[in-house]
Design a protein around this ligand. Sequence first.
Ligand SMILES: Nc1nc2c(ncn2[C@@H]2O[C@H](COP(=O)(O)OP(=O)(O)OP(=O)(O)O)[C@@H](O)[C@H]2O)c(=O)[nH]1
Ligand SMILES: [K+]
Ligand SMILES: [Mg+2]
Length: 494
Amino acid sequence: MWRGLWSLVARAARGPRSPRPCMRQGSGVPGASSGATIFALSSGQGRCGIAVIRTSGPASGHALRSLTAPRDLPPARSACLRLLSHPRSGEPLDRALVLWFPGPQSFTGEDCAEFHVHGGPAVVSGVLQALGSVPGLRPAEAGEFTRRAFAHGKLSLTEVEGLADLIHAETEAQRRQALRQLDGELGHLCHGWAKTLTKALAHVEAYIDFGEDDNLEEGVLERANSEVRELELALGAHLRDARRGQRLRSGAHVVVAGPPNAGKSSLVNLLSRKPVSIVSPEPGTTRDVLETPVDLAGFPALLSDTAGLREGAGPVEQEGVRRARERLEQADLILAVLDASELASPSSCNFLDTVVAPTVAGSPSGDSQRLLLLLNKSDLLPPGGLDPSPNLPPHLLLSCLTGEGLDGLLEALRKELAEVCGDPSTGPPLLTRARHQHHLQGCLDALGHYAKTRDLALAAEALRLARGHLARITGGGGTEEILDVIFRDFCVGK
Ligand SMILES: Nc1nc2c(ncn2[C@@H]2O[C@H](COP(=O)(O)OP(=O)(O)OP(=O)(O)O)[C@@H](O)[C@H]2O)c(=O)[nH]1
Ligand SMILES: [K+]
Ligand SMILES: [Mg+2]
C-alpha cells in the first residue's frame, strides 16, 4: 500500500456538503428555533369521516396545548382522545384524536402535531381558525411540509419527487414506480455512480500529487480510466431508457388508426369504458383527433381516436386525415385497426402498405414506434374464420361488438406498454423527469471531457463536474427555482 491515497479517498469522498441544520430536541416551547410554525388540512377537502389537520414548527407543542384540555402534551407518537376548544373563546370545537411528534423524529424533522377531527366543514374550519389564533402559527403553503422535510435532510430530492408522483399516481404501474423512487432506489443508483467517480478522482489526484513517487502503485491512472469507461456505458444505457420513465409519469401516446369504418371509435369507447367518440355506420364519422386519458392494463395512456385514412374525401375530412397522420408520427404505440371482413378492400391494402408494413419493419426493438395490428369485426367472419393471407403481419382478432378478443388485447397492451414505459415491477429504477435526464447527460458530457483531455488537472476537474451533476439529481444543490418547480406539484397540507 502506498502512502497518501486513503486520505485522498477520504478527502475526495467528503466533497462539498450542505450544512445540516442543527436540530433542537422537541420541547413544545415556542421560540427556541427560527421559522414560523405552519398548519394545514392534510386530508382531502369536503365532507368526510375523519379529517387530518397538522402543524410543523417550533410552536407546534404550544398549539397542541392551547387547543386541548388537559393542557399538557400527550406522550410522543401515540394517539390520545382530547376535547378541542378555541384557545380564546373556550368554545368547544370537537372531540378528536391528537398526536404529538417531537422533532427530529417527525416527517418534517420539526416538532409536529396532528389533529384527527370529525370531517365536517364547520369542524375543520373551526379548528383551522383556532390554530390561526395561536401566536407564531400561519397557514402552510403548497408543499411546505415536504419542503421542510427536504430542508432537514429527511428526504432526498428524488424521494420528494417519488412522493409527489405517489400522491398523483392514477394507475398501478405509476404507483409501483413512485413507491420505488420514494424508497430511494434512483437515489441509491446515483450514489453508487458518485462513489465510482470519487474513487476515480482519488486515483487521479494521487497521481497528480505522487506521480513521480516510486511508492505509487502501478497503473493507477489506467484503473481510473477503466472505471470511468464502465460508468459511461452504464449512464449511456440509462439515458437511452430515459423517455420510458417520463412516459410512465405522463402517459404513453397510444394512437388508434385505420381506414374509415374499421371500428376505431368503437375500440376507443371500449378501452376507455365511456362513449368518448361518435360511432356510426357512415364512413368518415370521426374528423378531429379525440384524446382521452385512460388506464390501459395498469399503465397510463393518452388514447387518441383519429379520422379514417383515405384519399379523395371532402376538404373537412382531408384536414382530419392530415391531423390523423400528424398524430400517428407522435405515437409511442399505434393500434392499427382493420375490418377483418374487408381485408382485401383498397383502403385496407393501402393502410397495410403505407402505415403497418413500414412501422413493423422499423421496430424490431429499441425506441422506435410500436404497433399492434387488430382485425376487428371478427363476428362477421364466416365460420371457417379468416382467409389465410400470407402477407399479413402478426395480428389479433377482435370484435368490439361482442367483446371477443378483448382479454387478449389487454394482455398484448400490457406487454407493449411495459416496453414503452418500462416495467416498474422488474426493471432498473427509471428516470422519471427531464431534470434527471439533464443531469445524467451533463455527467456523461463531463466524462467525455475527461476522456479527451491530456491535462491531469483538467481531468480531475471534469470528474468533479460529473460528480456534481449526480449530486444534483438527489440533493438539489441547485437554485431555489428548481425546488419551486418540484414543490409546486404538491398540494397545501403535503
Ligand atoms: N359487426 C360489427 N360491427 C362493428 C364492430 N365494431 C364496430 N362496428 C360497427 O362498424 C361501424 C363503424 O364503427 P366506428 O367505430 O364508427 O368506426 P370508425 O373506424 O371509427 O369509423 P370512422 O370514424 O368513420 O373512420 C359502426 O356501425 C359500428 O357499430 C364489430 O366488432 N362488429
Ligand atoms: K364510422
Ligand atoms: Mg371514428
